[in-house]
Write a protein that binds this ligand. Structure first.
Ligand code: AMP
Ligand code: ZN
Length: 137
């Protein structure tokens, strides 16, 4: 446990949270500022900062729990869809530095979307893919 970490404190029950799901590795609770009611956060119980730091075991557990929570939100809230999201590092809008996946209920006509995206500038499509492939080798 990281004693300065808000989500570690929720996992340790030192701070209150609307916990909706728990297993050996993960915990899910409601976001206090939801994009829609039911917006949940799924965290590893063991502290890690983000997608770069979390180990494979916890990552797999968080993915599994996110899907369980998605099913529950669909069933309980009659959602029209669910977005999964994760902000990693301040540059991506992360403000709580304990890894968490947002499971966000969506309803027809609500305004939350990053999409549609915009097309690449001339020549940038293949160049971007090349750069990423190089990083993977
Ligand atoms: P981010 O780090 O940008 O992915 O977002 C952190 C999320 O945590 C935000 O959506 C906040 O509304 C949420 N949040 C912050 N404090 C709490 C809390 N005490 N309980 C539940 N959710 C929280
Ligand atoms: Zn933590």
């Amino acid at each position: 446990m990281n004693t300065d970490c808000l989500f570690c404190k929720i996992a340790a029950r030192e701070l209150p949270g609307q916990i909706i799901y728990e297993d050996a590795e993960t915990l899910a609770f409601l976001d206090i500022n939801p994009v829609n009611p039911g917006h949940a956060l799924v965290i590893p119980k063991k502290h890690s900062a983000d997608v770069f730091e979390i180990d494979d075991k916890d990552w797999i557990a968080v993915m599994r729990a996110s899907r369980i929570v998605a099913h529950a939100l669909e069933k309980a809230l009659k959602t029209d869809g669910i977005n999964l999201g994760m902000n990693n590092r301040a540059g991506a809008g992360q403000v709580v530095f304990h890894a968490h996946v947002h499971v966000m209920p969506r309803f027809a006509g609500d305004p939350h979307s990053l999409w549609p995206g915009k097309p690449y500038a001339e020549g940038e499509f293949a160049k971007t893919a090349d750069k990423i492939r190089s990083a993977l080798t």
